[in-house]
Design a binder for this molecule. Structure first.
Ligand code: M6R
Length: 369
């Protein structure tokens, strides 16, 4: 059943290139445009959307945070993202022009379900992004975009996350395509890049041995910090969540720009800090700022584990450990940057003798509020 792997999680990490490709399958036409007829929300209705609200829990929430960057950039529609458990109880402002996107691997998460019911009662349209055919969340939504990750057995979400990202990009790009924005050329270029991305995920997987070795060498540590900026920030949160769940270690993700507002006080000699570095092309200001952050924490003794694009030489002098990821458009980087963090957490859990597929106290789907 585990296809020769020791754990379902390892199998599911390895399945990611296929999961990503399957989620794109049939959704990009020969001319390089998106065809999402399955959305069942008419292009007219999509043109009227004036606000997007994303609701989800856990890893799916991190996918939602990344969706916000993509949606606001490519469509210029304001987008909020909120933990489903918070959203439901704060009397959110919703109306028929609000498109609510509920992201859930299982389709059975009670907090997300209650949040979507609340949104529909206010007259908003709900689009589910879900991995489980016929589950409750898509059944109760107005429309559904299925991720095609296949069954995910390990409690820690991996391939479902990558496919949720793909689905979020598809929705953002489709909204941009339907509404016609000044980003038309960029949208077409990114659709072409998306079509190639599964091969890049594959390449990351082929280079993970040093990450596993590093994880084993850190098995005795108590704390690991994760820093990121822009879409690298939710990736940092996801890396920290994986480590908590699997390795039972204290792990925290921060927006790198927040360092000097508090977290830098945590830095001490030999503390492992994972930094997700944005591409030096495009938003080079962000890149340069994060390089100074790496310098700052290293000067205070941190052991820097730097995840950076191939060809990014500026980080080399400050990286105690350097993990290379392929060059991608800025917004797509989470698809490749998350993979080393999954491998890192899985290997640390194994080295600490933890139950990888079934961490203590956790259930695969949380069907109580
Ligand atoms: O099935 P869902 O996507 O709605 O589940 C949401 C979270 O419970 C889930 O992502 C959880 O955080 C995972 N165990 C993370 O690895």
């Amino acid at each position: 059943e585990k296809g020769g792997y020791d754990y379902f999680m390892l199998k599911e990490i390895a399945e990611q290139p296929k999961a990503v490709a399957d989620t794109l399958l049939g959704r990009i036409d020969a001319a390089g445009s998106l065809t999402l007829d399955e959305l069942r929300i008419s292009p007219g209705a999509l043109r009227e959307v004036d606000k997007v609200v994303v609701i989800a829990c856990g890893t799916a929430f991190h996918a939602g945070m990344i969706a916000k960057y993509a949606i606001e950039h490519w469509t210029r529609i304001p987008c909020e993202v909120e933990l489903a458990s918070e959203f439901r109880y704060r009397d959110p402002i919703l109306d028929p022009q609000t498109l609510v996107i509920a992201i859930s691997q299982s389709g059975e998460t009670m907090d997300t379900l209650m949040a979507l019911r609340h949104a529909r009662e206010q007259g908003s349209r709900v689009l589910a992004i879900c991995n489980t055919n016929g589950s409750t969340i898509p059944r109760e939504s107005d429309a559904v975009l299925y991720t095609h990750a296949g069954p995910e057995v390990a409690v820690a979400s991996t391939k479902a996350f990558l496919t949720q990202l793909v689905a979020c990009y598809l929705v953002a790009l489709y909204l941009g395509q339907v509404r016609g924005t000044k980003w038309g050329d960029e949208i077409r270029a990114v659709i072409r890049d998306l079509a190639q991305i599964s091969g890049q995920v594959e390449r990351v997987l082929e280079t993970m041995e040093p990450v596993r070795e590093l994880a084993r060498s850190l098995a005795h540590k108590n704390t690991v910090l994760f820093l990121g900026r822009h879409v690298g920030y939710p990736v940092a949160l996801e890396g920290a969540l994986k480590l908590k769940e699997l390795a039972y270690m204290h792990a925290e993700g921060f927006a790198a720009g927040e360092l000097k507002h508090g977290p830098i006080a945590l830095i001490e000699e030999d503390l492992p800090v994972v930094v997700v570095v944005p591409s030096p092309r495009g938003r080079s200001v962000l890149h340069d700022k994060i390089v100074s952050n790496i310098q700052e924490i290293r000067a205070r003794g941190a052991r820097t584990i730097v995840i950076a694009e191939e060809g990014d030489e500026a980080v080399v002098p400050y990286a105690d450990h350097l993990v290379r990821i392929p060059v991608t458009p800025t917004l797509l980087q989470p698809l490749v940057a998350t993979v080393p963090l999954q491998v890192f957490a899985c290997e640390l859990a194994t080295a600490r003798g933890n139950e990888v597929d079934q961490p203590r106290n956790l259930a695969k789907s949380v069907t109580v509020e």
